[in-house]
Design a protein around this ligand. Sequence first.
Ligand SMILES: Nc1nc2c(c(=O)[nH]1)N(C=O)[C@@H](CNc1ccc(C(=O)N[C@@H](CCC(=O)O)C(=O)O)cc1)CN2
Ligand SMILES: Nc1ncnc2c1ncn2[C@@H]1O[C@H](COP(=O)(O)OP(=O)(O)OP(=O)(O)O)[C@@H](O)[C@H]1O
Length: 215
Amino acid sequence: MSEKSELRALLRAQRQAMGDDGRSDAGDHFVEQALQWATFLRRHVCGPPGAGATLLPAALRIGAYLSSGTEPPTDGVLCALTDAGYQVYVPVCEVGFRLSWVHWQPSIPMLRSALAPVDEPVGERLPAAFMKEAAGILLPALAADVHGIRLGHGGGYYDRFLASLGPAGERPPTAAMVYDHELLPAGVIGREPWDAPVDGVLTPVRYVSTAADHM
Ligand SMILES: Nc1nc2c(c(=O)[nH]1)N(C=O)[C@@H](CNc1ccc(C(=O)N[C@@H](CCC(=O)O)C(=O)O)cc1)CN2
Ligand SMILES: Nc1ncnc2c1ncn2[C@@H]1O[C@H](COP(=O)(O)OP(=O)(O)OP(=O)(O)O)[C@@H](O)[C@H]1O
């Protein structure tokens, strides 16, 4: 087994060991962290509330994901962001490890993906470029390091997606959602040439900015 496969296996086992209650508790805390992150982005894009700025629709557009298995739960996050007035878009797998995006709403019908072990929303599929103007994007990950290097399930979906949005600095702000113990020191996740670092890491208890490290 390669070093990365071993790390993935270890991280999956640790997620399993957290138990349903541990993961669900973390999910509650993620709601608070994600709302704070979104509020910060909104200020960044539009200035402080009451400044007379009218929010552009794209400033309210947020990318996220529908969690499955032992991933950091996002059901609460998606509902809270929607309730707060954001338009939440989640990915759908396409052939060639590409992602398209569907506007998520609480009662949206779901269907099992033919390409990955995830349920996906049924609705109009918007191209990756639609997310270029988003206020921010939350990404799934098995772990991420303090430089924003992310370890996913190994499909390369998100590296391709981020590369398609343009070079770092021209993409919307990104944050990987991981449990607190999955925010790792530099060097633990070997960096690959195609890795697109994220700008921050969101855990149930903190947001850590990694952006300065890869400018
Ligand atoms: N929720 C989610 N959606 C996503 C991703 C992801 O990592 N998470 N992807 C990122 O590229 C793409 C799909 N690729 C994926 C590859 C593997 C697994 C996976 O193994 N997931 C679970 C097990 C599935 C289950 O039991 O329901 C796991 O975390 O162990 C999920 C998605 C697009 N959509
Ligand atoms: N921009 C890209 N263009 C072409 N191939 C890519 C690109 N980015 C990644 N890949 C390919 O995707 C494969 C998986 O990459 P990696 O292991 O980093 O995925 P991951 O980040 O763990 O997965 P995911 O993004 O799906 O969560 C690699 O074999 C790599 O060659």
